[in-house]
Structures are given as C-alpha cells and as structure tokens.
Ligand binder design. Sequence first.
Ligand code: AMP
Length: 281
Amino acid sequence: MEIIREISILRARIKEARSQGKLVGFVPTMGCLHKGHLALLDKARAENGLTILSIFVNPLQFGIGEDYEEYPRHLESDAVQVKKAGGHIIFAPTVKEMYPQGHATYVDVERLTAVLCGASRPHHFRGVTTVVAKLFNIVNPDQAYFGQKDAQQALVIQRMVRDLNMNVLVHIIPTVREADGLAMSSRNSYLSPAERSAASILYKSLSQASEEIQGGQRDAAVIQAFIVEKISLELLANIDYVAVVDTEEIRPVKEISGRTLIALAVRFGKTRLIDNIIVEV
Ligand code: AMP
C-alpha cells in the first residue's frame, strides 16, 4: 500500500497497472475512515485489479462557518485500515495540488442541488461535483464507489456522469450503520454522549416510517409529519429538513409510489447529521 500525494506520480502508477490489464476502482473520501468507507473499499477491491482510495478534505464543499478546519484528519490510522483491507493506493493530495493558484473552473449540476442539503448548504454540491470531476480526470477509473448514506450526493454524481458523458461506472453501496441504527459518519465523533444517544432517533423514525408505508400508508405528507413528530420528541434534535422525494429529480411527491427517497438532516448541537432510506412500493 502506497500513499501518493502528487497527481503525476499517481498517473504513472495507474498507467503501469493499466498496461498490465488491470481495472481501476476508485473510492473518493474525506478520510477518518470507518466501516462505511471500508464497505466501499471492499467492493472496489473485489471488482478491480487496482484499488485507489482518495483522502481529501475538499475546502470547496464547506460553507463559511462550517467545519472545514475541525474536520477530523487521521491519515496514519486511515493508512493502516486501507492496508489491512487490501487497498493499493491512498491518494492524499494537498489543497495546492488540487487547486493551484488561478483555479477558476467549476462543475455545477442544476436543480437537483437546489433542494434538501443544497438548500441549507448553497455551494456544497458545486464543491462536491467539481472535486469528483477533477478526481475522475486524474484517476480515470473504470468504476467508482459511493455510499447511499449521502443519497443526494449519489444522485447528483450519477447525473453529472450521465450529463457529461464521463466514462465511469458508478456504484452506490448501502449505508453501514452502528448497532443502534445510526449511520456511520466521520462527524459522529463530534457528538456528546447525550447527543450520540439521541441521534439513534433518526434511523428509528425512518424505519418506523417504512413500516407505516409497508402497512399501506401512501400519503407523503402524513409520512413526513410522522417522522417530524418522532424526531421532535428528542429534545436535543433540531430538524433541518425531512423530505419525501422521487429518486430522479429529487422533487417532493404527494403520493408514495415506485422508488421513493425519504431523506432528512437534523442538528444535534453543532453537528448536522443526515440519513435516508429508499422505499419501493
Ligand atoms: P466522506 O468521507 O464522508 O466524504 O464519505 C466518502 C464516501 O463514503 C461517500 O461516498 C459516502 O457516501 C460514503 N459513506 C460515508 N458514510 C457511509 C456509511 N455509513 N455507509 C456507506 N457509505 C458511507
């Protein structure tokens, strides 16, 4: 396992692997790896001859007053995990390597990024799509792996790939959860013990909503209100949004039918957590 910081060196390694006929699998992350990231890495390992995981805390996707400075950075322990999991390369560029002086080009997916997390984090997705497009251009992967945990991000990246004819197969991997259902996230480390315990309400409320839907409830407003009510019982929880939307355009639906995304963002103290489920009826 090798840690590479320079684009030119990474490209040379990839060229060499390609000349040996290897497929290139790519897992972009911001590091502070947990089992959710490792599930992506495992899949990439199983399906490709060369597996690259990037670790880059991308300043472009953080808003003013967000946690860019505090975001946990643990390259050494991340490297131990990637090695153990059989990953071949960690690409950990500096900000200067990714955005040298004069950088002026951005990738912006419209509409899908104006809602849900995009509404409360205005330039977030522009930062995500710009860095992922750059990383795709650097790595040129055959396959790339993203988590369902960031449902809107997954839809936005799939749309970018489709719209810009990027030659990469995107896989979306199911959310990996803690024993009480809380979606694993690098940001969970910010939670106080009381907030951590309260945060289990997110998946609990989504699971109960799913049961309501399986029991025949199809009214999206009723399901939305059901989740809001459950979460509101938790005094430490501050709801940013709870939304019931389609999985193409991320538009609110009135009636739940077909594939439907139920997504939420909730603050516990200064920590903003997201979660979601997809129901199919
Ligand atoms: P991040 O480091 O938070 O930017 O996440 C990097 C990738 O890991 C993204 O594609 C995330 O959706 C994915 N990911 C993060 N947490 C989880 C999780 N609990 N289960 C599955 N994938 C995850």
